[in-house]
Design a protein around this ligand. Structure first.
Ligand SMILES: [Fe+2]
Ligand SMILES: [Fe+2]
Length: 344
């Protein structure tokens, strides 16, 4: 039986895996200047799908026989450029004017191996901003004055980057990053107590399983550890990546991103901010992340998803006034969006 996705990492329905060689080529990033800001309406999904399809079929007989080598090289270079430009454009769009190479490289790796994770983060970012905007419009003046353009920017960056740790520790070599993304993408897990060894045995070939276990070992994970222990690492790895490559990423955005599983005690920053905006954004991201997992991964209705996230959050946030307000606004915003969608 498949585990119920209560958090944001269990299920990935994108089973097409490009070859290792294709991934390496795509991630051998060009060093050109980053793109300037491209509007939110930038149209990249079709191009990305095309690039992924080419990567996925890279080693097929079809690809090998129908295209001369020079054409294949050209196509690969184009794929690489497209993914690179898409992620660069998005990083600018979410509010980062500059960013370190490592951030873009991780997001590109996730885009290639587990697009679903980036798509979740895109959707979560959109809902977080809608919730923040709604709260900003109804707050009493004293609290409203604490919110400004920086608050919105930090919410946007935190939501977009919060799961970057699903690519492993900051100092992991690329082969280890790939092994970790692939294990996060496994959806065939009976429950959180299943061991890493069993999950790997059930989902990878003998050779690949051996390699994945070795890569995990280099990050301090043992084959006898549970999947829950593995899943719980990504909040710490998000923290490590954002702190090691923090160039121009606002501190509040880093803290909110790394603290998105604080309800489970995953608290790499020792979050104890007195900053109202940080507290508000921390709770918005925690709630929306769980809402998205319940609706998209576990296929729950809006009402069921709200019940699930309230139940998960209540032991720690049952008496938290900010969380209470956030949950009410998530409920309202999502209900209104579904009414609008039904009417259109
Ligand atoms: Fe997430
Ligand atoms: Fe997460």
């Amino acid at each position: 039986m498949m585990a119920i996705a209560q958090t944001d990492h269990e299920i990935n329905d994108d089973r097409r895996q490009p070859s290792d060689a294709a991934v390496s080529r795509i991630l051998d990033r060009p060093k050109g200047p980053h793109l300037r800001i491209v509007g939110e309406s930038v149209e990249w999904r079709g191009a990305l799908r095309d690039a992924r399809q080419v990567a996925a079929t890279d080693t097929t007989v079809l690809g090998a026989t129908l295209q001369p080598p020079s054409k294949r090289l050209e196509a690969r270079e184009q794929e690489r450029q497209e993914i690179h430009h898409k992620i660069d454009a998005e990083l600018h769009m979410v509010g980062l004017r500059h960013f370190g190479e490592a951030i873009a490289q991780r997001m590109e790796l996730i885009e290639v191996l587990a697009t679903r994770f980036n798509n979740d983060s895109r959707m979560i970012r959109r809902i977080c901003l809608a919730v923040l905007d709604r709260i900003a419009s109804i707050l009493e003046p004293e609290l409203q004055s604490k919110l400004d353009a920086d608050s919105r920017r930090d919410m946007s960056i935190a939501a977009y980057l919060h799961d970057i740790g699903k690519s492993g520790p900051f100092d992991a070599p690329q082969a280890t990053q790939e092994a970790i993304v692939k294990l996060y993408a496994v959806e065939n897990v009976a429950g959180p107590d299943q061991t890493i060894a069993k999950t790997v045995r059930m989902n990878f070939s003998f050779e690949e399983a051996k390699s994945v276990l070795e890569h995990l070992g280099s990050c301090g994970m043992r084959s006898t550890d549970t999947m829950r222990a593995f899943w719980d690492r990504h909040g710490y790895w998000t923290h490590d990546i954002l702190e090691a490559d923090s160039e121009d990423i606002p501190s509040r955005a880093r803290v909110v991103a790394g603290s998105h599983h604080m309800d489970r005690g995953i608290d790499p920053y020792g979050f104890s901010s007195a900053d109202y905006v940080a507290m508000l954004e921390n709770r918005i991201l925690m709630a929306v992340d769980k809402y998205q997992a319940a609706v998209v991964r576990s296929q729950k209705t809006h009402g069921e998803a709200m019940e699930i996230i309230k139940r998960i959050l209540s032991p720690k946030y049952g008496n938290d006034m900010i969380m209470d307000h956030v949950l009410k606004v998530v409920d309202e915003v999502r209900q209104e969006e579904s009414l609008l969608a039904a009417a259109s």
